[in-house]
Design a protein around this ligand. Structure first.
Ligand SMILES: [Zn+2]
Length: 339
């Protein structure tokens, strides 16, 4: 039997779950602003996993993933502790915005400081009260507004534990992504806490496939960490690690007609669609400069020259990557387009 788990001055007995509202700040109406947190504290000792979403306040798929995972975790059978934070950036969430009220990106404010900007204070609070308690992290994200991502894991794969978590999640593609300064990932890894980032779907939406894949992925990682009992191992598509990724940008301004979808394999020289003038008199082809798999794309048909249209992952074994994506979509069996 494990001891009581303490978080922000509150104590959760072993074998229990507890919802908390952690006081973060006040709105300028003087109304208190709180961060909702649920702690599920298992009877048996084990890892302390932080599952968090909406560091960017408009990224909703992760919130749904957190809630569906919570519904499946029973504290009586859990090994270790799950700290679930469905909305880290409550300021942005209220305003349906990626950012904080001062237009800062919270995921560039870590580790933060007690006396710094609003973003620095929120980051400092989150690191001190929550990140400092955990042994592993899964950070849930989506594409930006008007941009959708194929489910993918981003992680620094040099760390064997991180790599194992990334592979066990079961998203079809893994990007060996370097750390961005000021991100939650940067501060966690500096503390030696392995962290994987799940990117899937589009901001301000609930996307069925990314949510289903996210719930499945989190539960798979929890099983692999020994937090949940393993069920009969169902083989899943093996994730393929991308060598690199690149963006294809609009070379012209106009209306975009994109012919490729998330998960499609493209070959160098393929025509991916067209950009036309509003009257359609001038139509220009978009030619793929590289071969790869489409892992992100614009969902809105208006582009200026230089706008990112498609995010392409590059592979040494592209056939394997293509098969992995196909198998992944088949397994999840969602009767709608991938996004
Ligand atoms: Zn994000």
């Amino acid at each position: 039997m494990t001891a009581t788990f303490e978080l922000a001055g509150q104590h959760v007995p072993a074998g229990r779950r507890q919802t908390m509202q952690l006081a973060l700040a006040q709105l300028y109406t003087q109304s208190p602003l709180t961060v909702p947190v649920e702690v599920v504290h298992g009877k048996q000792p084990g890892p302390v996993l932080l599952l968090c979403a909406a560091i960017h306040g408009d990224e909703l798929n992760g919130i749904e993933v957190v809630n569906q995972v919570l519904a499946r975790v029973n504290p009586a059978r859990l090994r270790g502790t799950l700290i679930a934070v469905p909305v880290v950036n409550v300021f942005g969430f209220i305003h349906k915005s990626r950012y904080l009220p001062d237009r800062r990106d919270l995921n560039r404010c870590f580790p933060g400081s007690e006396k710094g900007s609003l973003g620095a204070r929120v980051a400092h609070f989150f690191v001190n009260e929550i990140v400092s308690k955990c042994s592993h992290i899964i950070d849930l994200h989506t594409g930006a507004i008007h941009r959708a991502n194929l489910p993918q894991i981003r992680a620094q794969l040099d760390c064997p534990v991180t790599r194992q978590m990334a592979e066990n999640f079961g998203a079809p593609i893994i990007l060996d992504a370097s750390i961005r300064d000021g991100s939650l990932r940067a501060v966690a890894e500096a503390k030696g806490v392995p962290v994987i980032l799940y990117e899937a779907g589009e901001a301000l939406r609930f996307d069925a496939l990314p949510i289903k894949a996210g719930v499945r992925g989190v539960l798979r990682v929890m099983r692999s960490l020994g937090m949940l009992k393993s069920t009969t191992a169902k083989s899943v598509a093996e994730p393929i690690i991308a060598r690199a990724s690149t963006w294809i940008r609009a070379e012209h301004d106009g209306l975009l007609h994109l012919r490729v979808r998330l998960g499609d394999r493209i070959r160098k020289g393929d025509c991916l669609g067209t950009i036309s003038a509003p009257l359609g008199t001038e139509v220009r082809d978009i030619i793929a400069p590289r071969s790869g798999i489409v892992i992100g794309s614009l969902t809105m048909p208006l582009v200026n020259e230089g706008d990112a249209i498609c995010h392409i992952a590059l592979f040494d074994e592209i056939k394997q990557a293509e098969l992995s994506v196909e198998r992944f979509v088949d397994e999840l069996d969602i009767q709608q387009p991938a996004i």
